[in-house]
Design a protein around this ligand. Structure first.
Ligand SMILES: [Zn+2]
Length: 258
């Protein structure tokens, strides 16, 4: 039986002879692993549509437990991602994250978020740290960890500095946080029971935008340069905490980012 899927190739592994094992993030079935027979051969029609970051239509057939790619039709190759090491490294991180966050019923939204993010990175029109942060906090929201950053959870304040509780996604303003009974917060200290991240007023607004904006306008916001670090660090900490892992591709991105 043939299965038609539309998806993004997030990982490839070379196999014996000239076969290629590909991991697809598909709109219809989430993550799928499939073999592209002979795809590394120069004569193969599938050579250019089965490499990492290719987005396309794929016709699969199943033999035993495995899917095999019968036909493929490229929609977008994201070729420009390969022209710059930082962009390439960030795109690889996005793909690695995607391989750990499949949520049934949300595949199509996650795929749209990822494609929009890859377009934004490839275009060169955006600060790629901003794209990274927007992707991280929106992906967290889609998979069920939407932070409540409308204002202080105790008094409703919308101005001033805030503490974001990374674990439950709630905000406290500086004032309310200082009235907490026991402790002063341990900022980004993963060994403590309460993990908080500082958010300036502008960083809070940016995060709120990324959680709620239409996906097609996700990157159309600005944040003052002095608030950028608080914003990007909070988004990264938030995602990594909730999917409970670190990523080699993220370490590599930080290495090549100058
Ligand atoms: Zn408050």
């Amino acid at each position: 039986m043939l299965t038609k899927v539309q998806g993004l190739i997030i990982r490839t592994v070379d196999m014996k002879e000239s076969d290629r094992l590909v991991t697809l993030f598909t709109k219809e079935k989430g993550l799928i692993t499939a073999i592209a027979k002979g795809a590394r051969s120069l004569r193969s029609r599938q050579m250019s549509s089965t490499i990492q970051f290719c987005y396309g239509n794929y016709v699969l057939y199943q033999k035993g437990d495995l899917y095999w790619i019968k036909e493929s039709e490229l929609i977008e190759s994201f070729f420009d991602l390969r022209s710059d090491l930082e962009r390439l490294a960030l795109a690889q991180y996005l793909c690695e994250v995607l391989s750990y966050i499949t949520v049934e019923t949300e595949e199509e939204t996650l795929l749209r978020l990822s494609l929009n993010s890859l377009y934004a990175i490839a275009s060169g029109k955006y600060d790629i740290d901003l794209v990274k942060a927007a992707f991280e906090i929106r992906a967290s929201s889609i998979i069920g960890f939407m932070p409540d950053v409308m204002g202080c959870s105790a008094c409703g304040a919308k101005d001033g500095d805030f503490f974001l509780d990374i674990m439950d996604g709630s905000l406290l303003c500086y004032e309310c946080n200082s009235h907490r009974p026991s402790e002063t917060p341990q900022v980004s200290d993963l060994g403590e029971s309460r993990i908080v991240s500082l958010l300036s007023a502008s960083a809070r607004v940016a995060m709120m935008y990324c959680v709620h904006a239409p996906l097609e306008r996700l990157f159309s916001f600005r944040i003052p340069p002095e608030d950028m670090t608080l914003f990007t660090r909070s988004c990264e900490d938030y995602l990594l905490h909730h999917i409970e892992r670190s990523f080699k591709t993220l370490d590599f991105y930080k290495e090549v980012k100058h």
